[in-house]
Design a protein around this ligand. Structure first.
Ligand code: THU
Length: 143
């Protein structure tokens, strides 16, 4: 992926992170999902983590972004950038997607889907989805 596209996606995830609702963990996560809309134009869906007093009802930032896209009829995804850290502070450690989010990505994203974990626009790591969830369970397993 072009460096400029990656940097813009990280910037979007940092913006999404500002909206994190995380009064229980104090850990704010932002995600920016790069997709192709039905006219084949690139479009970005942003998401943040949304916690709940009933902790299990919490939604991760990545799933917020994926669900926003799918609910708009967009299911072709190219990449996601993720940033996370204590609310109100700059990210200090990479925020990798949790297992549930990886499984949700597996439903819609191919092996070549790109996952970017970032501390800032300049400090980031890039993975292929298949590196983060090899041998994913999917619809093909049930054929
Ligand atoms: N969280 C995410 O948003 N994404 C992940 O992949 C891991 C965890 C959120 C959920 C919860 O609001 C907070 O981080 C602490 O677990």
């Amino acid at each position: 992926m072009e460096r400029e596209v990656i940097e813009n996606l990280i910037q979007d995830s940092l913006e999404a992170r500002k909206n994190s609702y995380c009064p229980y963990s104090g850990y704010a996560v932002g995600a920016a999902l790069l997709a192709f809309d039905n006219d084949n134009n690139r479009i970005v869906y942003k998401g943040c983590n949304i916690e709940n007093a009933s902790y299990g009802a919490t939604n991760c930032a990545e799933r917020t972004a994926v669900f926003k896209a799918v609910s708009e009829g967009v299911t072709r995804f190219e990449a996601i950038a993720i940033t996370g850290g204590p609310k109100g502070e700059e990210p200090r450690d990479y925020a990798f997607p949790c297992g549930v989010c990886r499984q949700v990505m597996a439903e819609f994203c191919g092996k070549d889907f790109t996952v970017i974990v970032a501390l800032s626009k300049d400090v980031y790591k890039v993975y292929k989805f298949s590196e983060l969830l090899p041998e994913a369970f999917g619809a093909a397993n049930m054929e």
